[in-house]
Ligand binder design. Structure first.
Ligand code: AHR
Length: 622
């Protein structure tokens, strides 16, 4: 096969080709990106059989020293109206020695002696003495880092917040099998019931932001090199049913004022990683914001009637003023008062999520989309407004469409040419995609194989060839806790102390690291597409050819870059031992992906590129 790459004649590429979808499902926020380590910190709900609810309990908390722990919402005052439940600790009369409790964390705690930690909590009740904070290994029983603070409060003090000093553990734990203890002098508390709420243990965060992101996960995202963040969902923005859509105004401000809610896909959301924290995330990583706004459809099919929709439109307008308005506006002033004096930049707003599902189509077409579109457009004419249905109600006025594409590996291979003939009038975000099954099988498969990754890469080649109209692509889901069943697909899976970069992660990174600003026509001599697929682009510094082999043979491809006199080129290849190879956490096999970067020689812009594996992704940069 010979591939001749023209020096011009293609289309201008979107700068947003590769992006991310963030929503707090499967512990991608709480117990994931959000660096809070305490689980059930403010008793904001519970989850049973994979369904989150408003039922409260003291799950993940355990007594120390003969005390009784219980959930309580009768002994007033509560910490706040948003956090009406508290944990009561009853200390028997005659108690001596240490009392208190420990927390399980999100499947344990990462304890790293090189990092800073800080703990805190609110307590109501009488106590004069020390509180001790420490990590403890379940495996060895060893205390891994300990600090303390003095307390002196009476019942009439009301709720008092106590902070630990910032501390570094004395020892790093070899695994996540650790707990975190809060302990007190039992003699001082004997015979009393005292109340606790809003516990916290933060490990130092990405960019040292207060209430910020888990550092190692954030660094993995920086390295992924993506262009945009779509937030806050996805299904999680929609909510399972009334009244649990994602409400921006309940995710801002003091943590005491954030009630949390039953999230979708099983988790309780604390909303600690709220609107401002996610906007800060975008700012810190230089990401374009694609802001989703709820458009009146719940996952259970409940739809807001036309006559009742206006308050939801008003809420979106308030949110936009909160994010975009200057300090003289009502909501811009609130943002400024929360420490963000400057408006954020937002270019894209998506109206709803998957409104073609759950019976949403007809109301979306007939009134829901219009209500949001016209009101937002009138106030913010330069904002791009994205519809979630194809064909879109936006087509009359121009705008973008968000397509979500999930299917098996073979289906993704077949999508290669899907956009070649698409109308150039309607720009598209594929704001969610993933190959979710091996080969042609059905049934969700979470262990993303090399075969699935190559299929996703072929799909992305098709998007890249058409990136004049395919503005962006983002994988669903971005982050998932490895411990949480079922094992569905995600770009990154994590435990408390490990990060698993899936095959899909490497595909996206490779495509983002090597991308051009315009496509280039390629003439093939001696073969056509399949089982080897390709796409060429050029940047200001290089001509880039991407090739993907999916169940193909080994061969040498002669690549000729027209007009080039180059004698060397960079060749990056991604493969693994076979199509079913998967990446895993170290204890379960580790990373199977093999990425090699070599310099190859050629003459006058012509290079012989060896394809050596049946499943392989190659990037040649000349
Ligand atoms: O990516 C996970 C989920 O899949 C999203 O929340 C939803 O929009 C889609 O169906």
């Amino acid at each position: 096969l010979e591939l001749a790459i023209a020096s011009s004649g293609g289309n201008t590429s979107s700068p947003l080709k590769y992006g991310m979808l963030y929503e707090d499902i499967y512990h991608s926020g709480d117990g994931g990106m959000y660096a809070e380590l305490i689980r059930n910190r403010a008793f904001q709900g519970s989850s049973a059989n994979g369904v989150a609810s408003t039922a409260r309990n003291t799950a993940y908390w355990h007594p120390v020293g003969g005390v009784t722990l219980s959930i309580d919402n009768t002994n007033s005052p509560a910490l706040s109206s948003s956090l009406p439940y508290q944990m009561a600790m009853t200390v028997p009369k005659g108690t001596v020695g240490t009392v208190g409790f420990y927390n399980d964390g999100f499947w344990g705690f990462n304890v790293d002696s090189a990092k800073r930690y800080i703990a805190s909590f609110y307590m109501r009740g009488s106590y004069a003495g020390e509180v001790n904070f420490h990590f403890q290994s379940i495996t060895s029983g060893a205390v891994l880092g300990s600090t303390s603070a003095a307390m002196n409060q009476t019942t009439s003090s009301g709720w008092v917040q106590t902070y630990s000093p910032t501390f570094q553990p004395s020892t790093s734990a070899s695994n996540a099998n650790n707990t975190f203890y809060f302990t007190f002098n039992g003699t001082e508390l004997a015979g009393q019931t005292v109340y606790f709420n809003l516990f916290s243990v933060f490990k130092q965060t990405f960019n040292n932001r207060i209430n910020g992101l888990r550092e190692d996960l954030a660094e993995s995202l920086v390295s992924l090199n993506q262009a945009y963040l779509r937030l806050p969902g996805g299904n999680n923005m929609e909510g399972n049913g009334p009244p649990y859509e994602w409400k921006w105004n309940l995710t801002i401000g003091d943590l005491k004022t954030r009630p949390g809610r039953p999230g979708t896909w099983g988790d309780v959301n604390t909303d600690g990683l709220g609107l401002l924290e996610t906007m800060q995330w975008c700012t810190d990583m230089g990401l374009t914001v694609v802001l989703g706004v709820w458009a009146g459809l719940y996952l259970d099919g409940t739809i807001i009637a036309q006559a009742n929709l206006q308050p939801y439109v008003d809420s979106v307008m308030n949110e936009l003023e909160f994010l975009l308005g200057d300090k003289t506006t009502t909501y811009g002033a609130i943002r400024a008062s929360l420490g963000y004096p400057n408006p954020f930049t937002i270019d894209y707003v998506e109206i709803g999520n998957e409104d073609y599902l759950n019976g949403g189509s007809s109301s979306y077409y007939s009134y829901r989309f219009d209500a949001f579109y016209h009101t937002i457009h009138a106030a913010y004419p330069s904002l791009h407004l994205i519809s979630t249905i194809n064909p879109s109600p936006v087509t009359a006025t121009g705008g973008e469409i968000d397509l979500h594409i999930y299917g098996n590996e073979n289906y993704f291979v077949g999508l290669f040419s899907t956009f070649d003939q698409a109308s150039r009038k309607y720009p598209v975000f594929v704001a969610e995609y993933a190959a979710i099954q091996v080969g042609s099988q059905s049934g969700q498969c979470g262990a993303q194989t090399l075969g699935m990754a190559c299929a996703e890469a072929i799909f992305l080649l098709g998007c890249e060839r058409n990136s004049d109209i395919i503005l962006g692509t983002s994988y669903g889901a971005l982050i998932k806790n490895y411990n949480e069943a079922p094992d569905t697909v995600a770009v990154i899976k994590h435990t408390a102390n490990e990060i698993l970069l899936t095959m899909s992660y490497y595909v996206q990174k490779l495509f983002a690291d090597y991308q051009g600003t315009e496509t280039l026509p390629v003439t093939a001599i001696g073969g056509g597409f399949g089982p080897l697929y390709w796409s060429a682009t050029k940047s200001s510094t290089a001509t880039i050819l991407k090739m993907v082999n999916h169940n193909g043979s080994s061969q040498t491809v002669v690549v000729n870059v027209k007009g080039s006199s180059a004698t060397t080129a960079t060749l990056v290849t991604l493969t693994a031992s076979n199509s079913s190879s998967v990446n895993n956490i170290p204890g379960l096999g580790g990373i199977a992906t093999e990425i090699t970067t070599t310099t190859i020689s050629g003459s006058s812009g012509t290079f012989s590129v060896p394809i050596t594996s049946a499943y392989e992704i190659l990037v040649l940069s000349v």
